[in-house]
Design a binder for this molecule. Sequence first.
Ligand code: ACO
Length: 374
Amino acid sequence: MSKGLTAAQHAGFVAEGLEGVVAAHTVLSDVDGQAGRLTIRGYAIEDLAHRAGFEGVAHLLLDGFFEDLPSDLAAALGAARVRAFAEVAALDEGLARRDPVEAARALIARLPDGDGLDTALLLLAAPAVFTPAVLRVAAGEAPVVPDPALSHAADMLRMTRGVPATDGEARALDAYLVTVCDHGLNASTFAARVVASTRAGLTSAVLAGISALKGPLHGGAPGPVIEMLDAIGAPDNAEAWLLSALKRGDRLMGFGHRIYRVRDPRADALKAAIRQLAQTSNAVPGRLAFAESVEQAALRILRDHKPDRPLDTNVEFYTAVLLEALGLPPKSFTCVFAMGRTAGWIAHAREQLATGKLVRPQSVYVGPRTKAAA
Ligand code: ACO
């Protein structure tokens, strides 16, 4: 469509859900939905998940967007966790009893807006500090102070449990955070870029991102995946349960994607992390085998249900299995997703800001034409 056309002239070109619409240039990530490939600043996600820690990949994403970005992001992020912890004083029991993503979002909203590195680091630190605090206060326990010397993943697990995580557990969470750090122009990243384009500031952009992420069609899916696995209970029940869910008109959580027409590459990156964790945990291999059998049944059924629409496993299915294996409660899964994705939101917000262009699409009016006022 060329510039300068009126909205009425665009009628008939409305792409519902902006499907197929290209709305930004980005140097951050490339999602190839036909080949099932995700590239982050030139690196395949499978390689990053096992070789770069979260701090490394956050640095990779933020590089070039902040002149004063330190080469050692681990130390700066550890210090930012300590600074973010000051906001935990505002967490009362009433707020902690809310859905954790709502409570964490409320605490993030207390952080001042800004476009600089200080704001970016506080925002990057915030979900890792606020999520454990919300879970602990809701359970009647005192929040645990961050340890800036630990990795982001290890500290989050320690602040949640009150005791240190094993190296294997910290590595598994780290692999998860890397896997979900960025993913093209997904709904939450687009929301963050729209807000950033108004020059509202990074805090506002991240709040927009987390608000979009919480929906069950986006980052709110893994909690319901656990509910589905628990309701199925045993492999033999899978087929009947899944068929009746589809008959009710429900969507199978953890399957289907707007861009991928093949398997989401992040599903296998996460499965590899679960396999590693399974080597040191007795409960994980059985749960993984069960999840795999449910996945196979779901894929068979979805092929029959929608022969014209390839519906494959997305990132959320094995996210649920991995975060559950780490002992994190399903109600916290969206917050943990936000812990990783905040890196992408901040980088995209800065990239959008650098264009200097307000995001402002048009709509086609389909309501009644001029009415006489009463
Ligand atoms: N289960 C059953 N049917 C499905 C599913 C599913 N998981 N996904 C899509 N469909 C069906 C839809 O009902 C629709 O059928 P219809 O044409 O008869 O109405 C058709 O496939 C196309 O669906 P759309 O919603 O138009 O496709 P879209 O690309 O917008 O959907 C989405 C992508 C929202 C992720 C969808 O696949 C879904 O709801 N999946 C389940 C929720 C989920 O797992 N979300 C996490 C996604 S990953 C992420 O955001 C991090």
